[in-house]
Write a protein of this length. Structure first.
Length: 202
């Protein structure tokens, strides 16, 4: 007789950031509906620790924030355990795991749609400070979405924003790569004594 199948999911996720807390909340509610037990592991520091946790719990599967395990894993660290990554960075190779990625084009199009209604003199995308692949994809998609206006679209780095923002045509519709970048934009705008009206996003 086979032993009962594990109903445990190991979740490698740091819930410190608000967006990550929302993701974790979604994972937990989905797991509860499927009668699965989720063990959240926010402080894993090595690939060997991941292997040891899998050997101890013998999980049904693993879920991991791609950015969280970026420096810890290669494509084989989870062995034969079914694993789903979520996040924006591509998977390490070789890997049989699944990756749930955000849709850069859809996100950029939503941002462009909101800003187009304001008819600004120009547009700008401020990339993430890490200059990640996902941030570049999002910026290219945004530039393409607003290109039909034939108005300038600036792709800006998050460093020295008070200088680069000072040179764009105003009013400027600005799309931030993420929350941290938006915070940097606010700080730069304050230094330049600029007001930022916030369009409603549904």
């Amino acid at each position: 007789m086979k032993p009962p199948r594990s109903r445990t999911i190991l979740c490698f996720q740091k819930p410190s950031h608000p967006a990550r807390r929302e993701t974790l909340s979604g994972i937990l509610s989905t797991a509860q509906a499927q009668h699965l037990d989720v063990i959240t592991l926010p402080n894993v520091k090595s690939a060997n620790e991941i292997r040891a946790l899998i050997a101890r719990h013998k999980p049904l599967g693993c879920i991991s924030n791609r950015n969280f395990t970026d420096d810890l894993v290669d494509g084989n660290v989870f062995g034969g355990t079914p694993t789903v990554f979520f996040g924006s960075n591509p998977l390490p190779k070789p890997s049989k795991a699944l990756l749930v990625r955000d849709n850069a084009t859809a996100i950029a199009n939503m941002a462009a749609q909101e800003l187009l209604t304001l008819a600004p003199a120009s547009y700008a995308y401020v990339e993430d400070s890490s200059k990640s692949e996902w941030s570049r994809r999002r910026g290219k998609a945004f530039a393409k979405a607003v290109a039909r206006t034939r108005k300038p679209c600036h792709l800006l780095e998050s460093q020295n924003l008070h200088r680069t923002l000072a040179s764009v045509e105003r009013p400027c519709g600005v799309f931030a790569a993420n929350d941290m970048t938006a915070s940097a934009i606010y700080s730069a705008a304050q230094r330049l004594h600029l007001k930022i009206p916030i369009p409603p996003v549904n």
